[in-house]
Design a protein around this ligand. Structure first.
Ligand SMILES: Nc1nc2c(ncn2[C@@H]2O[C@H](COP(=O)(O)OP(=O)(O)O)[C@@H](O)[C@H]2O)c(=O)[nH]1
Ligand SMILES: [Mg+2]
Length: 425
């Protein structure tokens, strides 16, 4: 009895070993098919059959039948002009899938003190989108993140999470800036009640978001990003992969809300931009969207910009020669410190001038709130499809201070039913 059991075990082990070997060789075969591999695989098949106690001639008979069937199939396929390549191996399929997966991440610049507000935003993004896609998230800060901040946000996010510190040279005064002049400008702007006019850190933040976040090494592995700020809301389900959508539809810059800038924050931004374009006309795309940012063919800026607290965009656009040169030009002019240039008009002017207009996309289906404005789909089909929970009467798109109407006009887009009711608000 004991003998019979151990014989069975030996037989089983040998069978298992050969099956494993066969699987291994099948993989080798897919990696690079050679006749030697075929030979070994066939030998192993025979081995398995004999250990399993299967009649050799039965196997041979079946193999012959199989071979004949394969030959007839191949003949038939050749007649039909169908190629008979080896089916793709699992490994190759996986590699292909990885390569086609969009290299994208959420990115957030945030202070430790904003943990509660940030948690609100993450819940919104996870519930409405990322619990289905699990994209990673990069957090950036001019100070080290606290352990509490790190552990709370990690719990909330379904993708990988990374934390980066901003290098000092990206969050400080370049040597050509006169810091006394900058301090005097802040004092004056605070007196004039200009929003964030007296804030030094806000200026570093705007300069960083304009010229540096996309240079952070933690973003090197990505082509796309979605910028998320603390305390935002997403009003609707997003059931498709927005990054893949951007890539497959050849878009580079996506927004939800557009608005007019406070002109006191950017007195010389347009003049400085025009100097740059004069020096570098080659960077201006011939199918640009200049009409969105200027009502007089470029003479003056109409203050329209995409609200950059939300952006789904290509990092490679900011990395381009045109944008780098534009940022350098602005940075040397000093307006991030002597005035209070925002990253929103800077990004928007660049996108409107250097990109062909069909690479910019308005996400009407992404219901979004950043204090105090909403993008809430007024098209009822879009609203219902997204299971939105916002009040359509509060949509900002066609209100007076928005630039949504201009965007639709410039791009000859059909406005959703009922847009007129917002005209006077
Ligand atoms: N780490 C860090 N983040 C900042 C600082 N100032 C602003 N931010 C972040 O930059 C973004 C814009 O700032 P926010 O206060 O929301 O400006 P607003 O949206 O223009 O009112 C937000 O994600 C903030 O968390 C700062 O001094 N340090
Ligand atoms: Mg904000």
């Amino acid at each position: 009895m004991g003998f019979r059991v151990s014989k069975r075990i030996i037989r089983f082990s040998a069978l298992a070993g050969l099956v494993l070997l066969w699987l291994g060789l099948t993989f080798v075969k897919h990696e690079g098919t050679t006749s030697v591999n075929h030979y070994i695989v066939d030998s192993v098949k025979t081995g398995i059959a004999s250990v399993a106690g299967i009649q050799e001639d039965k196997v041979e008979g079946e193999a012959a039948k199989e071979e004949e069937k394969e030959r007839l199939d191949a003949e038939h396929a050749a007649e039909q002009g169908i190629s008979q390549e080896d089916p793709m191996s699992e490994e190759a399929r996986k590699l292909l899938e990885d390569n086609s997966k969009v290299r994208a991440t959420f990115v957030t610049l945030v202070r430790n003190s904003e943990l509660a507000q940030m948690s609100n935003s993450i819940r919104q993004v996870e519930d409405r989108f990322n619990s289905k896609f699990h994209y990673p998230w990069v957090f950036l800060n001019d100070e080290p993140f606290t352990e509490e901040f790190k552990s709370v946000v990690k719990e909330l996010i379904s993708g990988d999470v990374e934390f980066g510190i901003i290098p000092e040279e990206h969050w400080s005064y370049p040597d050509w800036i006169n810091q006394e002049k900058a301090a005097a400008a802040r004092e004056q702007m605070a007196k004039d009640n200009i929003i964030y006019g007296g804030s030094e850190s806000y200026r570093h933040m705007c300069r960083y978001e304009s010229g540096f976040f996309w240079r952070h090494p933690l973003l090197d592995n990505y082509d796309w990003y979605w910028r998320v700020e603390p305390d935002i809301k997403l009003h609707c389900d997003i059931d498709y992969d927005v990054f893949q959508w951007m890539r497959d539809n050849d878009k580079e810059y996506g927004f939800t809300i557009s608005i007019h800038e406070y002109k006191e924050t950017i007195p010389t931004l347009w003049k400085t931009t025009k100097e740059f374009i004069k020096e570098h006309p080659e960077y201006v795309d011939k199918n640009n969207m200049r009409a969105f940012i200027s009502d007089d063919k470029g003479k003056s800026y109409n203050l329209c910009h995409f609200w950059s607290n939300f952006e789904i965009a290509s990092l490679n656009f900011w990395r381009s020669e045109a944008y780098r040169a534009y940022f350098d030009h602005l940075d040397h002019a000093g307006g991030f410190f002597y005035e209070r240039w925002g990253d929103a008009p800077v990004h928007s002017i660049a996108a409107a001038l250097f990109l062909p207009k069909d690479k910019i996309h308005y996400f009407e289906d992404i219901g979004y709130f950043h204090n105090p404005f909403n993008n809430c789909p007024i098209d009822s089909e879009v609203y219902e499809k997204g299971k939105c929970n916002c009040n359509q009467d509060y949509d900002f798109t066609f209100q007076g201070y928005s630039c949504g109407n201009k965007y639709f006009e410039v791009n000859k887009m059909t406005k959703p039913d009922g847009w007129e009711r917002f005209i006077r608000t």
